[in-house]
Design a protein around this ligand. Structure first.
Ligand SMILES: [Cu+2]
Length: 83
C-alpha cells in the first residue's frame, strides 16, 4: 500500500498496536518502510513524497492507523486484509 503526501504535511502512518490482529505486529513492523518507532512511519514533508507498507504475509483482519501530527483532527484510516 502506497501513501502519497499530497498537501498539508507533515503526515505519517502510525498503526494502533491494539487495533491490529493479534500476533501481527512483528510482520507489520518489518513490512513498513523507514520507521521512527514501533509501528510508526517517518514523517513525510515533501510534496508527492511516498510511504509504502507491504501487505505481504500479513494475517487477515483490520489494521487501523492514524497520522501522528493530525491525530487531534482524526486523520485516520483502516486497511482490511482478506484471507
Ligand atoms: Cu496528517
Amino acid at each position: 500500500m502506497r501513501f502519497v503526501n499530497v498537501s498539508g504535511g507533515p503526515h505519517n502512518v502510525s498503526f494502533w498496536e491494539d487495533s491490529i490482529p493479534a500476533g501481527a505486529a512483528a510482520t507489520l513492523q518489518r513490512n513498513m518502510q523507514k520507521t521512527m518507532g514501533t509501528l510508526s512511519g517517518v514523517l513525510l514533508s515533501e510534496p508527492n513524497e511516498t510511504y509504502t507498507v507491504s501487505l505481504a504475509g500479513l494475517r487477515p483482519g483490520t489494521y487501523r492507523y492514524y497520522c501522528l501530527p493530525h491525530l487531534a483532527v482524526k486523520m485516520a484510516g483502516r486497511i482490511t486484509v482478506r484471507p
